[in-house]
Write a protein that binds this ligand. Structure first.
Ligand SMILES: Cc1cc2nc3c(=O)[nH]c(=O)nc-3n(C[C@H](O)[C@H](O)[C@H](O)COP(=O)(O)OP(=O)(O)OC[C@H]3O[C@@H](n4cnc5c(N)ncnc54)[C@H](O)[C@@H]3O)c2cc1C
Length: 386
């Protein structure tokens, strides 16, 4: 089913699990998420952000945020996959410039509704994505080559392409970091043992050594640092936070039901719980307000904030990630206090074991320490005001 209205897309995202035959079974989360993704392909959701001229529906960042949240409310893993894919896909959409090669790639990815994976981290620099050890080998004739030793690539089993960072010798002879749109069909992939993370079990996560062959035109003309600043980093943080708001909504839904059930036999306790529940909604509201603010800042940058605009934007997007991941963690733990053992249990209608384990990835997906340290270094150039 393909619809034209982006409101419809949000509604379709919200009803995914009602429209798939596979039901969530403990220990078999990947089959459930794979079925959600298949439905998303059939709905045209996966490449909803694609440019209209390439067959996409040009969904805005605000649309994508609401779609991500709706998906993550049903499965944190599916929400995270959509968030990461959308951030990579938007790099192709926004930075293909006049490259016929990248436009053709985009059209083919839209046609097949293929996921785009992220190959930015690397063994060695690890979470410091602005450092690459691997180097593009540009053959005088034929395909270029790069070998990336990655500590983790998510959902590679389902991806049609990976955006890979690498060093490349420029015309001046000086190496610079570039971004490559490498198709998985033209790769040798050696996988390490599955990561076995405590959460996000609905997607494959593993270290990989990837050797990609690609045409020189698969390298984006714009330097990676600019693509990261303008698109990849803000979009990933906004959509990650949107996924976390969906996980928060899932937990809040369970707490609401639990409180109403309590009211049937202990009205006084239920009243106290309602106050606690309201405090949880305060936390979710904080996350949503920060996400809205970040989307507005990305879509309409406040140029009056120059000359330190880029410092301010960089710091704000990192703050979004740090504050939303910490707020979600607090929301999870506070929800557990209301739900008691019904929430702490691995099973049952009020168990929040799964969303809590998914939520804990928020702090480590690009370490908050790393982001906080980067902000601390530029704090003296920034003064925030209303
Ligand atoms: C669920 C999940 C999915 C992922 N998917 C992908 C993917 O698809 N593609 C991809 O490229 N990567 C992916 N990653 C990797 C991720 O993006 C980061 O590269 C990775 O989480 C960083 O690993 P690290 O914890 O070793 O942190 P690093 O940033 O390498 O830091 C190592 C340690 O040092 C600490 N540290 C870092 N900086 C400081 C500092 N300034 N002060 C104090 N301590 C510091 C950190 O807290 C951490 O414990 C994924 C990670 C997760 C959790």
């Amino acid at each position: 089913m393909v619809t034209s209205n982006t409101e419809d897309l949000v509604a379709l995202c919200g009803s995914l699990t009602e429209r798939i035959a596979v039901k969530r079974t403990p220990g078999a989360e990947k089959a459930f998420v794979d079925a959600m993704l298949q439905q998303m392909r059939e709905d045209g959701i996966v490449w909803s952000m694609g440019a209209a001229e390439c067959g996409g529906r040009a969904a805005s960042l605000s649309d994508l945020a609401r779609m991500t949240s709706a998906i993550a409310r049903q499965s944190g893993s599916a929400g995270l996959i959509f968030a990461m894919h959308a951030s990579q896909a938007l790099c192709i959409v926004r930075h293909c410039e006049d490259s016929l090669f990248l436009k053709d790639l985009q059209a083919r990815m839209i046609g097949g509704q293929h996921l785009i994976a992220s190959g930015t981290s690397e063994k060695g620099p690890s979470g410091d994505i602005f450092k690459s050890l691997c180097t593009v080998d540009d053959a005088p004739t034929g395909a270029s080559l790069v070998t990336k030793d990655s500590p983790n690539i998510s959902y590679l089993d389902l991806a049609g392409a990976i955006l890979i960072t690498a060093m490349r010798q420029g015309r001046s002879g000086r190496p610079s970091q570039v971004l490559i749109a490498a198709e998985t069909a033209n790769m040798d992939i050696a996988s390490g043992a599955p990561a076995e993370f405590m959460g996000m079990g609905g997607m494959s996560n593993a270290p990989y050594v990837v050797t990609a062959r690609f045409a020189p035109e698969a390298v984006f003309a714009r330097p990676f640092a600019a693509i990261a600043r303008e698109t990849m980093t803000p979009v990933i943080h906004i959509l990650w936070a949107s996924a976390w708001s969906g996980i928060a909504a899932d937990i809040l839904g369970k707490v609401r039901q639990f409180v109403e059930k309590q009211a049937d036999h202990d009205a006084a306790a239920a009243n106290s719980m309602r106050l606690e529940l309201s405090r949880l909604v305060d936390l979710q509201f904080t996350m949503i307000a920060l996400i809205r603010d970040a989307i507005a800042g990305w879509e309409n940058p406040d140029v009056s904030a120059a000359p330190n605009l880029s410092f301010r934007q960089t710091a704000r997007i990192k703050r979004l990630k740090i504050v939303c991941s910490e707020t979600l963690t607090k929301l999870c733990v506070d929800a557990l206090e209301i739900l008691g053992i019904s929430g702490y249990s691995e099973r049952g209608p009020f168990s929040i074991s799964q969303p809590i384990r998914d939520a804990l990835s928020a702090k480590v997906m690009i370490s908050n320490f790393r982001l906080g340290t980067a902000n601390a270094n530029i704090e003296r150039f920034i003064e925030e005001a209303i």
